[in-house]
Design a protein around this ligand. Structure first.
Ligand SMILES: Cc1cc2nc3c(=O)[nH]c(=O)nc-3n(C[C@H](O)[C@H](O)[C@H](O)COP(=O)(O)OP(=O)(O)OC[C@H]3O[C@@H](n4cnc5c(N)ncnc54)[C@H](O)[C@@H]3O)c2cc1C
Length: 416
């Protein structure tokens, strides 16, 4: 029997992993990508022939893409499996703390809570209010820097903001009890996992740009069609949806929309998404030549004084590099101060080095949040998507691994 043809719109991690998965299952697969190369948001930042990571995009060895590229020599030639450490710096609760075995915010407030079994959380604000009073108030204050209304955001956005879990340093015993008693409190509270100080992650040997160039060849060898520089538009006519390149309508049995969900939901009359955004500024630079080869690490920052929310140091193309992510808000950013601030944080984690000029700066808009109304619209889409032969890109899930798994599960369920 002839297998179905599937058109994937969006050539980011989700689209590429889905393409390989489906091709291995015998489908006729095409990827349509609006840019002139694959890679999406993971593509490296490029300044004057120097490349820097665009986020601590470390891939889980268990993720669908890594599992699928394990065959032949592709994995060995392109991917390194490394111990990557993380950490956190917190001062938003009053006391400064530098912790190297997790990326959660750390509170010194006593965790004394009655754990109720009847829990209903409608939005991110309500979720944060389940923490003890002072922690909750300070966390809400810190979140206000992202300039999004917490009452409108879906509770799951806590993960995207790095506040999925809080560690109460003075109450480890109480935390363990609460985590065992309730799944909700388990998702709310963090404790150090000392066995996992160094976690194994996969990372492209020479950055994501080169990885995606090689992946493109690998996909083409498998007869996956790749159509670049083609922004797909959507047209609804009566009860049918058409996906169009600039020249023609795409003919396929099924479509996977692994990119921006806004135009798709709008075309299906589900409505306009609130589409909350985070405005970020990214500073990247090389470190002094004499510094030893650096062990990859990222540090989550929860600070009253600074707008930094992530710092990462890494070795790429035999050079030690530093990248700092700042949120852009009404508070004026002084880049020089923020850079000094991050060096100070890094020194507490044992890193001493000099920064090499130039320091490159770029601005980016992150689409990692969604409101509770958006979530309802996504669920409406999931209900009707079968009628239109469209599979969602798991837009409302955090992280590429969850998005890839969502597509794999949906395909299995549909039994195409
Ligand atoms: C509420 C909400 C709103 C969002 N809004 C946006 C948004 O406005 N813009 C955005 O980029 N992401 C948006 N996203 C993110 C989107 O969910 C992810 O881009 C997508 O789920 C795929 O995941 P990925 O990690 O592979 O993404 P990515 O790495 O971002 O890959 C997506 C790829 O699709 C390509 N692409 C985008 N549009 C088209 C198109 N029309 N035709 C062909 N290729 C295309 C991009 O160039 C990119 O390479 C939004 C997410 C949510 C939850």
């Amino acid at each position: 029997m002839k297998k179905n043809s599937i058109a994937i719109i969006g050539g980011g991690l989700t689209g590429c992993a889905s393409a390989l998965y489906l091709k291995n299952k015998g489908y006729d697969v095409s990827i349509y990508e609006k840019d002139n190369d694959l890679g999406g948001i993971t593509k490296d930042l490029k300044f004057h022939n120097q490349i820097y990571l665009n986020g601590p995009n470390y891939l889980n060895p268990e993720s669908l893409l890594i599992q699928l590229i394990k065959e032949k020599n592709f994995f060995n030639n392109n991917i390194l499996t490394k111990n990557i450490s993380y950490g956190s710096y917190t001062d938003i609760f009053g006391k400064k703390t530098f912790d190297s075995d997790f990326a959660h915010p750390v509170s010194f407030e006593k965790f004394k809570k009655k754990i109720s079994s009847k829990i209903k959380v409608n939005n991110l604000l309500e979720r944060i209010r389940y923490y003890p009073k002072k922690t909750s108030k300070d966390l809400i204050n810190w979140c206000s820097k992202f300039e999004n209304e917490l009452i409108k955001l879906h509770p799951e956005c806590s993960n995207a903001l790095g506040i999925g879990r809080v560690y109460f340093k003075n109450s480890e015993k109480e935390l363990l009890i609460a985590k065992k008693k309730s799944n909700f409190y388990d998702s709310l509270l963090g404790i150090p996992n000392l066995n996992k100080l160094n976690t194994k992650f996969c990372i492209p040997k020479n950055g994501y740009n080169l990885f995606f160039q090689n992946l493109k060849k690998f996909l083409k060898e498998k007869n996956i069609k790749i159509i670049l520089s083609n922004k797909i538009s959507i047209k609804k006519e009566k009860d049918k949806i058409f996906f169009n390149t600039s020249k023609k309508s795409i003919v396929a049995d099924y479509f996977i929309w692994a990119c921006n969900p806004v135009p798709l939901l709008y075309s299906l009359n589900i409505g306009k998404l609130d589409n909350p955004i985070i405005k970020t500024k990214i500073l990247s630079c090389d470190l002094s030549e004499n510094s030893k080869k650096i062990h990859n690490r990222y540090i989550q920052v929860f600070s009253k004084k600074s707008n930094i929310f992530r710092i990462y140091i890494y070795n790429l193309k035999k050079k030690n590099k530093l990248t700092i992510e700042l949120m852009i808000n009404k508070k004026n950013n002084d880049e020089k101060k923020e850079l000094e601030y991050s060096l100070n944080i890094l020194s507490k984690f044992g890193y001493k080095f000099d920064i090499k000029d130039p320091i490159y700066e770029t601005k980016q808009i992150r689409h990692i949040l969604f409101t509770t109304d958006d979530y309802e619209k996504f669920m409406k889409f999931e209900k009707i998507s079968k009628n239109f032969n469209i599979i969602s890109g798991g837009w409302y899930l955090t992280g590429s691994q969850a998005k890839m798994n969502h597509i794999k599960k949906t395909i299995k369920k549909l039994n195409l």
